[in-house]
Design a protein around this ligand. Structure first.
Ligand code: SAM
Length: 327
């Protein structure tokens, strides 16, 4: 078991398969973000991912989520999913949804049943203005395809004031007939994403807007939940808020992250990383490195809250972008 100094058991690994993405979401992968971050860096091969995961699996992890960048743009994404399916862990993926139709059979064969799809607007034009790509209809079609095939579909909506906060009730209305789980995510600061605290729509503000039209009930949180879950009686879907900024959920954190260049992070906001790939390539035992990385985890927010007021920091305090660490 991987336990940190605060007795938190770490059994959930998020793997970024690539830092590249086919979309250009302004808050995540803006056009002016320095490109080629990985140009001269090694990238884990499918075989190396498999070997690293075998060590994590031996250390008792229970869940793996593939993310990125956009995980499904990797040419060997199918091979990776197939190879990871042999481990006794729950396999899940976070994707922008564009290529799901090409992968649905692979998901089924791998027993991957939970798919998080990012969709920040229900309006085609606004979706285009956020992502800079004309793929709204394809993503929508793919959400319906997943539902028709009985997948558990969570829809990630990053809430940005003045951009899509006027669609909160539309998303709620969407869950009336559609069994999707909509997750409103508070906007987080990352390098180059023009974050400021005024753009954050908080958990409470989101609930206040929803309460203006709907009666809703809070669901009990599970131990490691990062989300606060709710449902509106009679709606087929449900909703949740991920309150990283206004009410961080570090006490039950069980997460570790692996970047596409094989660096381990013990927190999304960690300022240090552990190079697993180099050691793996030198045929060294990486288990002690993994254990040490977990032990070095701060109590909260990668230690950032201890230096400054978390809610008022600047995005430049993070050296990597969200797509390079893996969202
Ligand atoms: N390409 C995949 C996708 O679109 O879902 C996976 C990677 S993406 C980085 C993972 C999630 O992080 C997405 O739901 C995205 O909206 C979210 N995200 C990215 N930047 C964010 C930010 N600054 N604040 C909050 N969430 C963010």
């Amino acid at each position: 078991m991987l336990t940190d100094n605060f007795n938190r058991v770490h059994d959930y690994l998020r793997i970024s398969l690539t830092d590249k993405c086919n979309l250009r979401c302004t808050y995540c992968n803006p056009n002016d973000l320095e490109k080629g971050f990985f140009a001269n860096k090694p990238r884990m091969t499918a075989d190396e991912i498999d070997r690293i995961v075998s060590v994590f699996a031996g250390a008792g992890i229970k869940k793996i989520r593939l993310t990125g960048g956009e995980p499904l743009i990797r040419k060997d994404a199918k091979e990776i999913i197939q190879r990871l399916s042999k481990y006794p862990v729950e396999l899940a993926i976070t994707t922008n949804g564009v290529f799901i139709d090409e992968f649905i059979e692979t998901f089924k064969e791998a027993g991957l049943r939970t798919v998080n799809v990012s969709l920040d607007s229900l309006q085609k034009e606004k979706y285009f203005s956020i992502t800079q790509r004309d793929v709204f209809e394809r993503v929508m079609k793919n959400i319906h395809l997943l539902l028709a095939n009985d997948f558990h579909v969570k829809v990630n909506v990053v809430m940005i004031r003045g951009v899509n906060d006027n669609e909160i009730l539309d998303f709620l209305n969407w869950t009336k007939e559609l069994p999707v789980h909509v997750r409103f995510i508070e906007f987080m600061p990352f390098i180059g994403n023009k974050w400021n605290s005024e753009k954050v729509v908080t958990h409470q503000q989101i609930l206040d807007i929803i309460a203006s039209k709907y009666n809703f009930i809070k669901l009990l949180n599970e131990k490691n939940d990062t989300q606060k879950k709710y449902f509106v009686p009679d709606h087929k879907g449900s909703f949740a808020v991920i309150s990283t900024m206004s009410d961080p959920f570090c006490s039950g954190c069980n997460r570790m992250r692996l970047t596409a260049d094989g660096k381990m992070y013990n927190c999304l906001f960690a300022k240090t990383e552990t190079d697993l790939l180099t050691s793996l390539r030198q045929e060294k035992n990486i288990k002690p490195l993994i254990e040490e990385c977990v032990k070095g985890k701060f109590l909260m927010l990668g230690g950032n809250n201890e230096e400054e007021n978390w809610g008022n920091q600047t995005c430049e305090s993070h050296e990597r972008s969200m797509i390079s660490i893996g969202g």
